[in-house]
Every structure is written in C-alpha cells, then in structure tokens.
Ligand binder design. Sequence first.
Ligand code: HEC
Length: 104
Amino acid sequence: MQVPWNEFRTIILLVSISALIAGCSTPQGNPEDGKRWYTMHNCFACHGPNGNDGKAPEINQPQMNFRSFLSIIRDANSPIMPKYPEEKIPKQDVADIYAWLKSK
Ligand code: HEC
C-alpha cells in the first residue's frame, strides 16, 4: 500500500499549528478542578467561598482576560494577596480557577 505522504504532511502541519496556538493562548480550563484549586490554595479565606463573599475584592465572573488574571495570580502587587509562582499554581490550574470563576 502506498503511504499518502501529502495528506500525512498536511495533518502533521495542522497538528503543529494547533499546538502552537494552544501554547500561546488561554489554556482550556476545567471549572470543577478550578473549584478544587481555589479551595486548596485558600483563595476562599480572603475572597470568600464563592469569590464574592469575602473581605478581599469580588473576583467571581472576572471581566479581565486570562492574561491579566494570570499576572495577578503570579504577582498581585498587593501587600495582602500572596504571590503564586508557577511552582505553586501551574498555569493550567490558574486556567481552571479562571474557568470556575467565569462559570459562577
Ligand atoms: C491573604 C488574602 C488573599 C488570598 C489568600 C488571595 N487573595 Fe486575591 N486578593 C486579595 C486582595 C486584598 C486583593 C486586592 C489587591 C489589593 O488591592 O491589594 C486581591 C486581588 C485579587 C484579584 C484582582 C481583583 C481585581 O478585580 O483587581 C484576583 C483576580 C485575585 N485576587 C484572585 C485570587 C486567587 C485566585 C487566589 C487564590 C489562588 C487569591 N486571590 C488569594 C487577597 C487575597
């Protein structure tokens, strides 16, 4: 049987392009996991169990894009909110939290 190299090449190309796009843009977040990370990392202690019922500002249904959200999690430039580097909360988990807050 002959290998359809042309089609094969097209598929490889498409897969690489989508991987590239996925790497640069917002990772898909999973709201269920997000709720778990949110609790695990004690966000609720300040922002409340629902993101809008704590002492810190409301963060449910964030209007900001994921990039801004991520940069706040990494460094909120706040004397109160801790910094969460990649080692503490990987980007994917931040995306999960974002998805969860968006879904509220
Ligand atoms: C110790 C308390 C504390 C914890 C824990 C905390 N935050 Fe915050 N967060 C704050 C405070 C206070 C602000 C407001 C920043 C300021 O003005 O100093 C803030 C700001 C934010 C903002 C920006 C809100 C806006 O509209 O500008 C986001 C988003 C956010 N926090 C998400 C989180 C997430 C997600 C977690 C858990 C990973 C978390 N925070 C953990 C206290 C906390």
